[in-house]
Design a protein around this ligand. Structure first.
Ligand code: ATP
Ligand code: ATP
Ligand code: CA
Length: 222
């Protein structure tokens, strides 16, 4: 592969459940993906679905250089269980000056080490999925996404008490500290909400605000 192509290709290290799904999704989104795993069976298994799958040990700088890892602009280390391999593979990519390295961490301590050695993004898929499912289970939230700094966006059915009058009359910001950012009438698509938007029962709304306020709103209104 020419180095020009590798500029926008993504290198994925580790084809476990997380790395495999990530690689496949990136490919479906139209990105070129090169995946590396040291497990022969996994490499065989994925080679039908991902265009470039290579069997190699990602903790070896020599091997990774031979694969052209230094030509990639973005890489993901999706090794979880073996913290040592995760840290070493991340270190190799950083030493090879890959500009954007994403690494998966399984614990806070693991994540701190990855951050200290210079990983640009550290993700915690198991922790995040646990939190997300807890939010989905406990309230009326149909979908929930929490960003850093305690800010969240959630999707829910329009509560009856704010239906039938313009949003500007509901005082949602002062009463609940949340903003309605999107509205979807039955059978329609999500569109942005305006001061004059009137909700009806059966509408879906997308709200944004501090995580606690989003939770409070979802439980306070019926
Ligand atoms: P999952 O996403 O399934 O939860 P996990 O977090 O449990 O994965 P592991 O199973 O430890 O992570 O690792 C994911 C993959 O990374 C495995 O397929 C494993 O073979 C691969 N892997 C581990 N170490 C290396 C290495 N040094 N070089 C290349 N691949 C590796
Ligand atoms: P993770 O969320 O960390 O990716 P995992 O999907 O790899 O977890 P396991 O580690 O196999 O799943 O299991 C999660 C937890 O469930 C472990 O703490 C394990 O001890 C517990 N567990 C597994 N089987 C049983 C069982 N039969 N009864 C009670 N607890 C169990
Ligand atoms: Ca796991």
């Amino acid at each position: 592969m020419a180095s020009r192509n590798r500029e926008d290709a993504v290198l994925v290290i580790g084809l476990g459940r997380f790395g495999g799904t990530l690689a496949q999704t990136l490919q479906e989104l139209g990105h070129r993906v090169v995946a590396v795993d040291r497990n022969h069976d996994l490499v065989q298994q994925w080679s039908g679905q991902i265009t470039h799958v290579i069997e190699a040990d990602a903790t070896s700088e020599v091997v990774m250089r031979q694969l052209g890892a230094h030509e990639f602009r973005r890489a993901v280390v999706a090794i979880g269980t073996e913290i040592e391999a995760s840290v070493l593979a991340t270190g190799v990519l950083l030493d090879l000056a890959v500009p954007e390295v994403w690494s998966k961490a399984i614990t806070r301590e693991h994540g701190r080490i990855l951050e200290r050695i210079g990983a640009n993004h550290v993700v915690y898929p198991e922790r995040d999925a646990g939190e997300r499912v807890a939010h989905l289970m406990t309230g009326r939230l149909i979908d929930f996404l929490e960003f850093d700094d305690n800010y969240a966006i959630a999707k829910l059915r329009a509560p009856r008490e704010i239906c039938g009058r313009a949003l500007e009359k509901t005082a949602l910001r002062s009463r609940f500290g949340i903003t309605i950012v999107g509205v979807k009438h039955p059978g329609g698509q999500f569109t942005h909400a305006e001061a004059g938007t009137v909700l009806g029962p059966g509408d879906l709304i997308m709200i944004a605000g501090g995580t606690d306020r989003v939770e409070e709103f979802a439980t306070a209104v019926g």
